[in-house]
Design a binder for this molecule. Structure first.
Ligand code: G1P
Length: 317
């Protein structure tokens, strides 16, 4: 295991051990890059995006990870498997650093794969995990949201679930103009700092119809009760079976809490956000950061100096 530190208590009977990572999307926003490569495998600096997600789960003590994939996702399976010939070649050269980098993904956790079959939505992808998860609480991590490895959001959510039972979602305050891109939660205080009770949830509310600025970001700790609800959840927004709609049912029963997150989250869901993510994480890397940041400063200074009318939108925000 290369998980940096585990804050969970795997010995306790209710400890969450399993994580589900939905990865069946077509990645149409990144075509043609995703024509033959799953979007989850797009590199963020030098690791595929999905590896960050699996590392986050492992760091929170989750040692059983189920990827819910679809067709054309073989590369994900291969990435989290051993690569005999490559390992032999690196070992023969004595290149232990790269050998470790190649072996690390398969050592992170016990990784399983199932296929979603029909892409009927996030709720359906989670329902596909029912048999594997069984009657235990479990985490769901969405690959478009990367949480900075220095944050402990997932561990905090697991700890809230231990104390309060039910399900726990991660919430982040976003600009009102952005909320239509997310599931949105109506909340009330619990008296505990950073923990709210979720009273209602709406998937991607129309502008002006959002109950709050609290967006559900892609981290969930779910009670297995969600499966029974999902079995009967009709298609919602976009004609898809929405996880948010099933959680709305549970929230109405008072069993959903939110952990409010104001830390570092990177969105790799669209092209501009993906590029920002790569730049930010590259700047943070001890091996690349100093040199890359120096170049970036010069590049941005050049942009600021040389911007003509047609270039005004290219800023370094
Ligand atoms: C999904 C969920 C949405 C959530 C979002 C977080 O939407 O349906 O509720 O807020 O992830 O990233 P997607 O972005 O996959 O359309």
């Amino acid at each position: 295991m290369i998980a940096p530190h585990s804050t969970a208590t795997p010995g306790s009977p209710r400890a969450v051990r399993k994580a589900v990572v939905p990865a069946a999307g077509l990645g149409t926003r990144f075509l043609p890059a995703t024509k033959a490569t799953p979007k989850e495998m797009l590199p963020v600096v030098d690791k595929p995006a999905i590896q960050y997600v699996v590392e986050e789960a492992a760091a929170a003590g989750l040692d059983d990870i189920l990827m819910v994939t679809g067709r054309h996702k073989r590369a994900i399976e291969d990435h989290f498997d051993s690569a005999f010939e490559l390992e032999q070649a690196l070992a023969a050269k004595g290149d232990t650093m790269r050998l470790d980098a190649v072996r690390d993904p398969a050592r992170l956790a016990d990784i399983h794969h199932i296929r979603q079959g029909d892409p009927l939505g996030l709720g359906h992808a989670v329902l596909c995990a029912r048999h594997h998860v069984g009657d235990q609480p479990f985490a769901v991590l969405l690959g478009d949201d990367l949480i900075d490895p220095r944050e402990t959001l997932l561990s905090r959510m697991l700890e809230v679930r231990e104390r309060r039972e039910g399900s726990v979602v991660a919430l982040m305050e976003v600009d009102p103009e952005q909320i239509h891109l997310y599931g949105c939660a109506a909340v009330e205080p619990t008296g505990e700092d950073g923990v709210v009770r979720v009273t209602a949830l709406v998937e991607k509310p129309a502008p002006g119809a959002a109950p709050s600025r609290y967006a559900v970001i892609g981290r969930y700790v779910l009670d297995p009760a969600v499966f029974d609800v999902l079995e009967h959840t009709p298609p919602g927004r976009g004609g898809e079976i929405q996880l948010t709609d099933a959680l709305q049912d549970l929230a109405a029963g008072g069993t959903v809490h939110g952990v409010v997150f104001d830390g570092l989250r990177y969105d790799t869901g669209d092209k501009a956000d993906y590029l920002r993510t790569v730049v930010r994480l590259a700047c943070d890397r001890p091996d690349l950061g100093p040199e890359f940041s120096r170049w970036l400063k010069e590049f941005v200074a050049g942009l600021a100096g040389g911007a003509s009318d047609g270039e005004e939108e290219c800023t370094a925000a």
